[in-house]
Design a protein around this ligand. Structure first.
Ligand SMILES: N[C@@H](CCC(=O)N[C@@H](CS)C(=O)NCC(=O)O)C(=O)O
Length: 217
């Protein structure tokens, strides 16, 4: 029996966790939660994810050997990195601690900024029942600014956390797949383009997207 059950749907936040699970070589089962059918409000799902959002993960063998349920993609990525000792530097040396905080800064930057702001841009551009120019401009401008911040960082380092691919890149990459959907012009962002292509070419990136799409068919 596989210990890890991922409750998920095919969205950028959902892709993050599959990137991690595939990179880490973990065995897991995916249970689709169709948010277009309001399955995220089912009482059994709310016991695992009280904020009624995917992704959520249950590990039947938590840190104390008992089952543990997690929601919030950043917390899940951190959990998986600590469980496997992969894709997040360990803090057991001073230089390791510094490298770890570099990754965590960018992980939290994604959770608090890049994801939510791009989500708002997408909402006003695609889902608003009527065009609201103020909302579209506010959030697409902010999305463009955030892409600029990312591009600048990737001009200093190979990956957002430094030399190595980490859970911070896994959190950001799925959101950066379709800049045009947020009316972002990424053509001139050469550091971003280099980073994006490098992660896209990883076999685990392909597998992650295929597994999630198949699970949610
Ligand atoms: N901060 C959360 C955001 C999760 C999130 O927004 N999930 C969306 C899909 S991408 C969802 O489940 N929406 C359903 C709802 O809001 O009812 C995370 O990173 O896990």
């Amino acid at each position: 029996m596989t210990a890890l059950t991922l409750y998920n749907f095919n969205t950028p936040n959902g892709v993050k966790i599959h990137l991690a699970l595939e990179e880490m070589g973990l065995d897991y089962e995916t249970k689709p939660i169709d948010i277009s059918q309001d399955e995220q409000f089912a009482p059994d799902f709310l016991k695992i994810s009280p904020n009624n959002k995917i992704p959520a993960l249950v590990d039947s063998q938590g840190p104390d050997g008992k089952p543990i349920a997690l929601f919030e993609s950043g917390a899940i990525l951190l959990y998986l990195a600590e469980k496997t000792g992969k894709f997040l530097p360990s803090a057991d040396t001073p230089s390791g601690a510094r490298a770890r905080y570099e990754c965590l800064k960018w992980l939290f930057w994604q959770m608090g900024g890049f994801g939510p702001m791009l989500g708002q841009a997408h909402h006003f551009i695609v889902y608003a029942p009527e065009p609201i120019p103020y909302g579209i401009e506010r959030y697409s401008k902010e999305a463009q600014r955030l892409y600029g911040v990312l591009d600048k960082r990737l001009g200093e380092a190979k990956f957002v956390g430094g030399d190595e691919y980490s859970i911070a890149d896994m959190a950001i990459w799925p959101w950066a797949r379709f800049p045009e959907r947020q009316q972002v012009d990424s053509a001139g962002l050469k550091n971003f383009q280099r980073w994006f292509a490098e992660i896209a070419a990883r076999p685990a990136t392909t597998r992650a997207q295929e597994v999630l799409a198949a699970a949610c068919e």
